[in-house]
Design a protein around this ligand. Structure first.
Ligand code: 26Q
Length: 740
C-alpha cells in the first residue's frame, strides 16, 4: 500500500546506463543535470521503512530480471510535509501532483470497477454451485497509472502500477441535480475520489477508519482483478494460477487480497471452495513488519460487513473451517482457539487472516523472525510448522551508494573495479585495500560529504557546524520506541559537562536529527519540541560552541536521506531491544561508511555479525532482558533517577525550563512518560550505558586512522545487506521463480 520511491530521474539514468550520455548532451544545451534533478519531485507515497523497502525491492526485482509488478495507490497527497515553527512540528499538505508527473502513464483501457456495500443475492444453480451476486452496490472506477521500473544493466523494465479512484460516468447524478439537490448530486464524486486522496500517516495504532478500509479493498480488488484477467488473457489455465503467480503482501494492509482472490475464483471463475483455497494459499506470502501488539490491524465487524458484505461472508467461512481444523487437533482447547481465531473481540484480525491464507510468513530480520516464531505468533508457528521463515531486509546499493554517494562509488571502482555494481557481494574485495589507502580515501570523501551537508544545514537552519566534528546522526520516524529521547538526554548530559568545565576527553560533536511525528501522537511531537528547545539553548551558548552543536532538519524524506546518510560518522540505531523489526537506515549508513552506535535490536544484530565487535559500538539491555522485565516487572524508573545525579539534573532542568520553554508544564507529557508511566522503553535504564558508549566513540575518533578503518570495514562488509540478496531469497524460497 506504500511505495516510497524517491526521485526517479537519476535512478533511471543509473539503471539504464545513460547518465554520461545525457550529461554530455545536456552540456551542449547549457543545462546542468543537477538542476534537472532538483526539479524532479520526490513522491512521498509511503510513511517510512515499510514503503522504502517496497521501493528497494522493485528495483532489485527488475535488476535480477524477475518479472514483477508493484501494486499500490496513486495518492493525490503523499505524506505531509513538515515545517518546524518555533520548535513545533507543523504539517502541510504534500500536493505533489500540482506539477504533472512526467514518469507516469495513464492506462485508462485497463480500468476496473471495485464494488462497495450492496446486498448479496444467492442462487443455487442446477449444477450444485452457489451463485453469488452483489446488487445495489456503489461502483468505484479504479484507473491505473504505470511508472516504469528499469533494471540495472538489464533489458527488463517492470511496472509500478498505482491505482487512482475515479467515479464511473463521472459520478455526477443528473437525476439528483435536476431535483435541485446539488450536494447529493456531487456526493458520489467526492466520496469516490476521496478513496485515493491521501496517504494515511502511520500511527501504528490503527483506529478502524472507514476510509482506510476502503483504500485497502480498493487497490487489492483492482490489483487482483488485473492480475487474474492478464493471466487468463495470456492463455493461463485457472487451475494452475498459483504456478505462474506469486503475490507477496507487504504487512496486512493488502491482506484483503486473500478473500478477494477467493471471491474471484469462486464467484467469477466457478471453482469450488477447496480448489480455490488451495490455489489461494499457494499464491500468497505474508511479510510481517512489527511485533508491537497495538500496531496489528483489526477491523470492527459491523463496519467490515456493511462495506464488504461478500468479502465478509468469505472471511467467515475461512474462519469457520480454520477453527474446525484446530478443534480436531489435540492441544487446541477453547481458549487457545479463541486466541487464534480470525474473527473475535468484535473484529476481523488481519494478521490472523494473512497467516492462515498464505503458505509463507516471514519477519524482516533474524531476531524479529525468531520473536514472531517463538513468542508473538507461537500458537500459529506450532500449528503450521514450516510456514514461518526469515528474510532479512536489504537496501538497493544503486540508490544508496551509486546514486547518493557518487564519489565513494568512484573510489570503489578505482580500487576493485566495477564488478560490485552488478554484484555488491564483491565489495568484500575492498578488505585487502583498507590499509593500502582505501580507508583514507573513503574518509576524505566523507569529509567532503560532511562539508556539503554543513552547507545545507546553514542554508536551512542558519546553524553553522564544524565539518571536523563528529557527525552523529539519527534519522527515522519519530516513535518513542526508537528513543530519540535517549539521544537528546545524552546531549543534555554533554552540555551539563561542558558547563561544569568537565570536557577532558570530549571530542567536538554535531548531533543531527530528522524525523516526522504522526500528527496525532502528542508524545512524539513533544519530543520534537524538546529536541528543538535543547538545540536552541546549546547553539546560542558560546561556551558550548567548541564542543557541541544540535540540529533538527525539517521534513525528512528520501531526498534528505540521500544528502544526510553519506555524511554520517555515527549512525544512531538505539531502539529498545526487541522493538525495531529490522531497520533499514542502519544498513544505508553502514554502506556509506558510518559506524553504528547500536542496541542489539532488529538487523543491528546481523550488522554486528558482519563487521565484528571491533567495528560497531554496542550498548544497552538485550531483547531477552527487555522481554523479561515486560513479563515479570521489576523495573522502577524512579530508582534510576535517584541513583544517577546526571539524570536527576536533567529531569529537573527539563521540568524547570532550564533549556527554555514556551509555557509551564511544556514537557509534562515526556516527563510523565518517563516516570509516572513507567518508562516503557527503558530510556532511563539504558542512559548510563549509552553515555559510556558515546564517550568511547570520542576516544576512537581521536585516533583518526582507527576510526576510518572501522568505516572502511563497514563499507566492505555491507554487500550482504543489498536488497538483491533479499530478493534472491524471496525468489528461491517463497516465489519459486528463477533470477539472474
Ligand atoms: C496502519 C493502519 C492505519 C494507518 C497506518 C498504518 C500503518 C502504515 C505504515 C502502519 C505501519 C506502517 C509502517 C510500518 C513500518 O514502516 N515498519 C518498519 O518496516 C521496516 C521495513 O521492514 C522495518 O525495517 C522497521 O523496523 C519497521 O518499523
Amino acid at each position: 500500500m506504500e511505495f516510497l520511491i524517491g526521485k526517479l530521474l537519476e535512478n533511471y539514468l543509473i539503471n539504464t546506463g545513460l547518465k554520461e550520455v545525457v550529461e554530455e548532451g545536456l552540456k551542449d544545451l547549457g543545462i546542468k543535470l543537477e538542476d534537472l534533478y532538483e526539479m524532479d519531485p520526490d513522491p512521498g507515497l509511503g510513511n517510512g521503512g515499510l514503503g522504502r523497502l517496497a521501493a528497494c525491492f522493485i528495483d532489485s526485482m527488475a535488476s535480477l530480471d524477475i518479472a514483477g509488478t508493484g501494486i499500490g495507490i496513486r495518492y493525490r497527497y503523499g505524506l505531509f510535509r513538515q515545517l518546524i515553527q518555533n520548535g513545533y512540528q507543523v504539517e502541510t499538505p504534500d500536493n505533489w501532483l500540482k506539477i504533472p508527473n512526467v514518469w507516469e502513464i495513464c492506462k485508462a483501457e485497463d480500468a476496473r470497477i471495485v464494488k462497495f456495500g450492496g446486498n448479496i443475492n444467492m442462487n443455487w444453480g442446477g449444477d450444485g454451485h452457489l451463485y453469488v451476486e452483489l446488487e445495489d452496490y456503489e461502483p468505484v472506477l479504479a484507473v491505473p497509472y504505470d511508472i516504469p521500473v528499469p533494471g540495472y544493466d538489464s533489458e527488463r523494465v517492470n511496472t509500478l502500477r498505482l491505482w487512482s479512484a475515479e467515479t464511473e460516468n463521472s459520478g455526477f447524478d443528473f437525476s439528483e441535480f435536476s431535483k435541485g439537490d446539488y450536494d447529493r448530486a456531487v456526493e458520489n464524486i467526492t466520496t469516490a475520489h476521496s478513496i485515493s486522496n491521501v496517504l494515511y500517516p502511520d500511527d501504528s495504532t490503527p483506529r478502524g477508519k472507514l476510509l482506510r478500509l476502503k483504500q485497502e479493498y480498493f487497490f487489492t480488488s483492482a490489483g487482483l482483478q488485473d492480475i487474474l484477467s492478464r493471466y487468463l488473457k495470456g492463455g493461463g489455465n485457472i487451475r494452475e494460477f498459483h504456478l505462474y503467480n506469486a503475490i507477496q503482501i507487504n504487512d496486512t494492509h493488502p491482506a484483503l487480497a486473500i478473500p478477494e482472490l477467493m471471491r474471484l475464483l469462486i464467484d467469477e471463475q466457478g471453482l469450488g471452495w477447496d480448489d480455490a483455497w488451495a490455489i489461494t494459499v499457494a499464491t500468497f506470502g505474508y511479510t510481517n513488519h512489527t511485533i508491537l501488539a497495538e500496531a496489528l490491524e483489526k477491523w470492527p465487524l459491523d463496519m467490515f460487513k456493511k462495506l464488504l458484505p461478500r468479502i465478509y461472508m468469505i472471511v467467515e467461512e475461512i474462519n469457520r473451517r480454520f477453527v474446525a481444523e484446530l478443534s480436531m487437533k489435540d492441544g487446541y482447547g477453547f481458549d487457545r482457539i479463541a486466541k487464534m481465531s480470525i474473527i473475535g473481540d468484535g473484529a476481523v484480525k488481519m494478521a490472523h487472516l494473512a497467516i492462515v491464507g498464505s503458505h509463507s510468513v516471514n519477519g524482516v530480520a533474524r531476531l524479529h523472525s525468531d520473536i514472531l516464531k517463538n513468542k508473538e505468533l507461537r500458537n500459529f508457528s506450532e500449528f503450521y510448522p514450516g510456514k514461518f521463515n526469515n528474510k532479512t531486509n536489504g537496501i538497493t546499493h544503486r540508490r544508496w551508494l551509486i546514486g547518493a554517494n557518487p564519489e565513494l562509488a568512484g573510489a570503489i571502482d578505482r580500487t576493485i573495479g566495477t564488478g560490485w555494481r552488478k554484484d555488491p557481494g564483491k565489495l568484500t574485495e575492498l578488505e585487502k585495500f583498507i590499509d593500502r589507502g582505501f580507508s583514507d580515501e573513503a574518509y576524505a570523501i566523507k569529509q567532503n560529504n560532511k562539508e556539503r551537508l554543513a552547507g545545507y544545514i546553514l542554508k536551512t537552519t542558519e546553524i553553522g557546524v564544524d565539518k571536523n566534528s563528529i557527525f552523529d546522526i539519527q534519522v527515522k520516524r519519530l516513535h518513542m520506541y526508537k528513543r530519540q529521547l535517549l539521544n537528546i538526554f545524552g546531549v543534555m548530559d554533554m552540555y551539563n559537562r561542558i558547563k561544569a568545565g568537565n570536557t577532558s576527553g570530549m571530542y567536538p560533536r554535531t548531533v543531527i536529527f530528522s524525523a516526522k511525528a504522526f500528527p496525532g501522537y502528542g508524545l512524539a511531537k513533544n519530543t520534537i519540541k524538546l529536541i528543538c528547545t535543547v538545540a536552541d539553548r546549546v547553539n546560542s551558548d558560546k561556551e558550548a560552541a567548541d564542543f557541541l552543536r544540535v540540529v533538527f532538519l525539517p521534513n525528512y524524506d528520501v531526498s534528505l536521506a540521500e544528502r544526510m546518510i553519506p555524511a554520517g560518522d555515527i549512525s544512531e540505531q538505539i531502539s529498545t531491544a526487541s522493538k525495531e523489526a529490522s531497520g533499514t537506515g542502519n544498513m544505508k549508513f553502514m554502506m556509506n561508511g558510518a559506524v553504528t552506535l547500536a542496541t542489539l535490536d532488529g538487523a543491528n544484530v546481523e550488522i554486528r555479525e558482519a563487521v565484528g565487535d571491533d567495528n560497531i559500538i554496542l550498548f544497552g539491555l538485550t531483547s531477552d532482558e527487555v522481554i523479561s522485565y515486560e513479563q515479570h516487572g521489576g523495573y522502577d524508573p524512579y530508582r534510576e533517577v535517584r541513583n544517577d545525579s546526571r539524570l536527576e539534573a536533567i529531569i529537573s532542568q527539563i521540568r524547570e525550563g532550564y533549556f527554555g520553554f514556551a509555557g509551564k508544564n511544556e514537557f509534562t507529557p515526556v516527563l510523565d512518560h518517563l516516570l509516572k508511566d513507567g518508562d516503557p522503553y527503558f530510556v532511563l535504564k539504558d542512559f548510563d550505558a549509552y553515555v559510556s558508549a558515546r564517550d568511547k566513540i570520542d576516544g576512537i575518533y581521536s585516533d583518526r586512522s582507527r576510526f576510518s578503518r572501522m568505516c572502511a570495514v563497514n563499507i566492505a562488509r555491507s554487500g550482504r545487506f543489498s536488497s538483491d540478496n533479499t530478493i534472491a531469497a524471496y525468489a528461491d524460497d517463497i516465489w519459486n521463480v528463477k533470477h539472474r
